[in-house]
Design a protein around this ligand. Sequence first.
Ligand code: GDP
Length: 542
Amino acid sequence: MSAATDITTGARQGDSPAPKGFAARRTFAIISHPDAGKTTLTEKLLLAGGAINMAGAVKARGENRRARSDWMEIEQSRGISVTSSVMTFEREGITFNLLDTPGHSDFSEDTYRTLTAVDSAIMVVDVAKGIESQTRKLFEICRLRDIPIITFANKVDREGRNAFEVMDEVEEALQLSVSPQVWPVGMGSDFHGCYDLFTNEYLYSSLRAGGPCDSVKQMTGIDDPALDAMVPEHVLTRFREEAELAREGYAPFDADAYRQGHLTPVVFGSALRDFSVDQLLRIVARFAPPPRSQPSDKGPVDPRTNAVSAFVFKVQANMDPNHRDRVAFVRFCSGHFKRGMKLNHVRSGKPLAVNNPIYFFAQERDLAEEAFAGDVIGIPNHGTLRVGDTLTEGETFRFTGLPSFAPEVMRRVRLEDTMRMKQLRRALEDLAEEGLVQVFKPVIGSNWIVGVVGPLQLDVLASRIKQEYKTDIGFEPVPFSTARWISSPDEKKLKTFIDENKMSVAEDRDGRPVFLPKGDWELRYARERNPDLRFDETRELV
Ligand code: GDP
């Protein structure tokens, strides 16, 4: 792409100034099934955005795993990405905040929360595999939150389904209109390049067919004779037929339909070989929505509101093993934040001076001097900030919609060395704070019970407690199958229930009562017997 092209409009230099402030923010996540190519695409987006200079900086596997995740041995040994983080980069007047979501299904809660902090998403699909289970789940979360999606159909250099099959599968599986943006010129062994159906740019490798993309040629259209000299006849003929059919057969691109979540633009490409990554970034810049209003208990908060507001969607402890820091990831929703500002920490009712906010550039951290709606920064703290917390300037209110899910796997924590009780308590507090586990203290008995959404989280928990708190733990089965937050407008009835069910009641880490049923039948029974009590599966984090 020419350096003179304005990424926000696709227009040539001098046409229109880039938007400033919140309107120039694109806060998005990449969702995919493991192995579809999310890490590779992330790395290539950062390269295209000029955030990193060298490929290999965001490797998912092997020794080159990004430094900031090095503390997580398990992440390396299993070769999966289990933490979310943020990567900020700028290109041509647009600030991109890319939030990393863990791909493994056991971390859906963390992913869900991360998706509360984005305005759009890129869905990566492997052309050979189509829509896989995890992609579908994540897509459902996006749909629930009306997050518009751009589809990146990856690995066109590999033998896969033909492009129409991929389009049709996305359309059918997700019940969305699909609109082709960039189409492959041959696939698998026939792969020669990609063609941007809107700009009529042909992307190819000057080295060899199927090599890494290093060249772009402006065509007059798919019939441009220049293509005949570059692509073998049988591949080109087929491409021209397909491109014609694709343009006619699918929905024309409609920015509003995309933003409302009814249509997904589809970009065929190869993250590994750099095909269509630039196109993808341009589409995000030009069409992906800028920060939208966020729900709160005082109604939606418009990003144009002058007063600063933000919420914490993630807390990460021990990011740097040398410093016992804890970082709260904060998404701004309105106003113009400046470093040193005093904000209201709504949950505690106390002011919070934000003196050392951090921006996370691809490989570095830097002090954030300012932030607009859509921006994500890290606030180092010693446990004051929790997931779900709201920060405001002036008027106080709370952002809503960050749920805590009922766990599906419950275990009692066994401490191998009882002298390390203090460390264990600290570890569970910290990691519950991060949202890795939920911790319950039974009314009767002394051992903590932990609840997780998926069993892999238990391995992560044990590994992190061993590594970061030098404490060995094991897990023992408990008869409980899940947890329900109990409440009632009638305090007396609640107390009676707790007294009568002491063996199955615990407190969560905020001291709220939780019922631990042994199975669905017991939960049903308790509900029937206690119509005045609420048994909540999720609770809003406040
Ligand atoms: P993630 O699990 O979704 O983060 O996937 P990765 O980015 O780690 O990619 C999984 C595998 O697919 C790796 O071996 C990548 O090198 C490979 N891969 C990613 N993109 C492409 C592509 O465009 N073409 C081919 N042939 N392989 C790719």
